[in-house]
Design a protein around this ligand. Structure first.
Ligand code: NCD
Length: 338
């Protein structure tokens, strides 16, 4: 049934009130936050974020967008390629009534030798919140001390993408009945260079009785730095070279692509590429559980065959959609909360 113009306006107003109420119920100091690492989160803050995310999701489903952030401008500053992360932040802002300015490496004054902090400080003169992706590990936390406006790290080389880990966790939480404690999560593929698995592993340390099965070629194993963070947590982890041996116990299989652009030697890439591709038959042969889910941060370049897409356990496109909802919640919290 289609709504009249007045009914739509009322519905949008009701959504704004619902979002404001959800934001007002949070107690963490979200306002003005510089979100650079998953280490800034604990169970309570994650729960607050997810409750605002739920409201964002129902708002999109009900009215598509509202005017909560009218008059605010978000800038996306991406020095590395991105489709999903950039577009989900941009659509998140637009669905909240705000506007977006996009900056990329090829058009920015970085080409003239400008420092990253100067680029951001200048952009902050025009806008209200920044999202930054940069190829160098540590660059986003490094620049955060120079910035005045809220800042979101959209990935710094092989370092962190905290907002990706939050949307991954939201997906796990939503798909598996609100339960995270006690899950067995298989991380598959390029665990060395795939930054999403680094951030997700660290974020999962907030939950109890988690088992991580890390499956990769030996040369692409999880870095020691991440394993050391897990050693001081309650997470149990083991490393494997075969997916088959852990598939049947998985509640989540989180697949990653081999990160070609991070290899110095193309021969090394060719040696490992395609090692862990999965298809419908792989899931059958490995006795994957009926109620498990398959995730991928995307882009995929062959690791998950398209014949898996129609399997209800394939959660990766739902995961993408959750990215926009989580990022809407973050942008609104950073701009609106106390
Ligand atoms: C990933 C990334 O950028 O690290 N994608 C994403 O965040 N959506 C994964 C990848 O590039 O393989």
């Amino acid at each position: 049934m289609s709504l009249s113009r007045a009914e739509k306006a009322l519905a949008r107003e009701e959504c704004i009130v619902a979002i404001e109420n959800a934001i007002n119920q949070t107690t963490f100091r979200w306002g003005g936050m510089k979100l650079v690492s998953v280490d800034q989160f604990d169970r309570a803050t994650i729960a607050e974020l997810f409750s605002v995310t739920d409201v964002m999701k129902s708002m999109v489903n009900r009215v598509g967008g509202c005017d909560l952030l009218t008059g605010k401008i978000l800038t996306t500053i991406f020095f590395e390629a991105s489709t999903r992360t950039m577009c989900s932040f941009e659509t998140a802002m637009q669905r909240l009534g705000g506007q977006v300015v996009r900056v990329n490496a090829s058009t920015s004054s970085a080409k003239k030798g400008e420092t990253l902090q100067d680029t951001i400080r200048c952009l902050e003169c025009y806008t209200d919140i920044s999202v930054l992706r940069h190829p160098q590990k540590g660059s986003v936390p490094g620049v955060a001390k120079y910035t005045v406006n809220p800042l979101l790290n959209a990935g710094d080389g092989v370092g962190e993408p905290p907002t990706q880990a939050l949307l991954d966790l939201y997906t796990i939480h939503n798909e598996l009945g609100g339960k995270v404690d006690g899950l067995t999560v298989v991380l598959l593929g390029d665990l060395k260079n795939g930054r999403t698995v680094h951030s997700l592993s660290r974020l999962l340390t907030n939950y109890s009785s988690i088992t991580l099965r890390m499956v990769s070629p030996a040369s692409l194993a999880m870095p020691d730095e991440v394993k050391e963070a897990l050693d001081t947590s309650s997470i149990t982890y083991t490393e494997h070279r075969s997916l088959h041996e852990v598939m049947s116990e998985a509640d989540v299989i989180y697949v990653t692509r081999v990160q070609k652009e991070r290899f110095e030697d193309p021969e090394e890439y060719l040696k490992v590429q395609g090692t862990f591709d999965i298809c419908a038959q792989t899931l059958k042969d490995g006795n994957a559980k009926d109620d498990m889910i398959i995730m991928h941060p995307l882009p995929r370049v062959g690791e998950i065959h398209e014949d898996v897409d129609s399997d209800p356990r394939a959660a990766y496109f739902r995961q993408m959609k959750n990215g926009m909802f989580v990022r809407k919640a973050l942008v609104a919290l950073l701009l609106k909360a106390a």
